[in-house]
Design a binder for this molecule. Structure first.
Ligand SMILES: Nc1nc2c(ncn2[C@@H]2O[C@H](COP(=O)(O)OP(=O)(O)OP(=O)(O)O)[C@@H](O)[C@H]2O)c(=O)[nH]1
Ligand SMILES: [Mg+2]
Length: 390
């Protein structure tokens, strides 16, 4: 399953963001280092279920046409400048990010927390100062590790750069970094890896981090931010978010008080449901912010990271290409997130190794045509795999 991590300085709203996506029971408080041990949970990306377009009326795999597909999410301790040298909870935090396929960087756009996460007056801190340091800290920490290995690997490579790249990829497998990415990074900064200086290694790691850890910025606490601060972060492609609002909506929707699907631009109270004065006040505030921003932004951040930055597609395998169901009659039973560039055979292997090994051909349910294995799958494809395996 895809693994995403939430990173940022202390007290910017990471755990609130995490809880609003997972409803996991985690601690939230207005001071730095509330979170120490990482929290792991399941969140869902939202996509349009193809059932309506295909005229399938008996689809129980979506909610009113919105399909929610699971991914794993990590909430980690806050990061402070100098973390790679062990400041704050430095190394532990950075190690938590190693295996992530992508990172949501939460930034306090309201400017109400200093570099260490201590509360200050709203608007006091320039949120741009909290953007670059996550990349920098991770890259410097990784550079320390590469530096430690490289001399030994250079000796083992016996003058062959391709061998060295393979050896380095082996050493960096825990970072989910492969030889192709290392090649790309070496070419981009144009260094001789066999004779890399400490500064070369740092530059290499900066590029490797950018290539291997797609990132999106959540400009959080947008409800308290000035328009000037919001536009500063929007220039960096940040999405304004109100994690606290999303959490209120999710919790009240779960208690059957209102109808809200994550990612909706508005919510509707359920007829007859009783709201306490406190709930009414909180929801009125959330509604006001949602009107300004078109929603809470939280689902948008997750979706943009998965579909745009990481470039995943979503594919629906079925066993019956007329009814679009599996052997038990469940309509569109599975939705698989797959990397862009996946083929029907990749999908067959994703369904089951035996199905992949016995792969014969695939049928596009919309056209009822066989598709060749060198055709790349598209997001939203509904595919029947025909395999020699049962
Ligand atoms: N106004 C506003 N406050 C928020 C929002 N999201 C979180 N907060 C508040 O920010 C404070 C910190 O929230 P946490 O989620 O604990 O922050 P964190 O980044 O996990 O903090 P550490 O674990 O200490 O690093 C809490 O008081 C939250 O209620 C938001 O969207 N708007
Ligand atoms: Mg936290």
């Amino acid at each position: 399953m895809l693994l995403l991590a939430i990173a940022g300085k202390p007290n910017c709203g990471k755990s609130t963001f995490f809880k609003s996506l997972t409803l996991a029971n985690v601690e939230i408080a207005n001071y730095p280092f509330t979170t120490i041990d990482a929290n792991k949970g399941i969140a869902y990306v939202r996509s349009l279920c193809p059932c309506k377009e295909l005229g399938l009326e008996n689809c129980n795999s979506c909610v009113d046409g919105a399909r929610f597909t699971p991914i794993e999410l990590l909430d980690v301790a806050g990061l402070v400048p100098g973390a790679h040298l062990g400041r704050g909870l430095g190394n532990q935090f950075l190690d938590n990010l190693r295996e992530a396929d992508g990172i949501i960087q939460v930034v306090d756009v309201s400017g109400s927390t200093d570099a260490e996460g201590n509360s200050i007056d709203v608007g006091t801190r320039d949120p741009r100062e909290d953007v670059e340091f996550v990349r920098y800290e991770f890259a410097m920490w990784m550079a320390g590790i590469v530096d430690k290995y490289l001399t030994k690997l250079v000796r083992r490579a016996q003058g062959k750069e391709t061998v060295l790249i393979d050896l380095l990829a082996g050493a960096l497998a825990g970072f989910r970094i492969n030889a192709i990415q290392i090649r790309e990074a070496v070419d981009e900064i144009d260094i001789d890896l066999m004779k890399a200086s400490p500064r070369d290694i740092e530059r290499l790691c900066e590029v490797l981090f950018r290539i291997s850890k797609p990132m999106i910025i959540a400009a959080n606490k947008a409800d308290q931010a000035s328009d000037a601060n919001l536009s500063l972060l929007k220039k960096l492609d940040a999405v304004p978010t109100i994690a606290v609002g999303e959490l209120i909506l999710k919790s009240t929707a779960q208690a059957n008080i209102l109808r809200y699907l994550p990612g909706d631009g508005k919510f509707m109270p359920i007829e007859g449901a009783k709201l306490s004065a406190q709930q009414l006040k909180a929801l009125t505030t959330v509604a006001k912010s949602m009107k300004k921003f078109g929603g809470t932004g939280v689902q948008e951040v997750l979706n943009n990271l998965v579909f745009k930055e990481i470039g995943m597609i979503i594919v629906y395998p079925v066993e019956d290409d007329n009814k679009c169901c599996n052997a038990k009659g469940v309509v569109l039973p599975d939705a698989f997130l797959m990397p862009r560039g996946s083929t029907p055979k990749d999908l067959a292997f994703r369904v089951h190794t035996d199905i992949g090994n016995g792969f014969l051909y695939a049928i596009d349910v919309r056209t009822k045509m066989r598709i060749k294995d060198d055709i790349l799958l598209k997001s939203g494809d509904v595919i029947r795999i025909v395999s020699a395996a049962k």
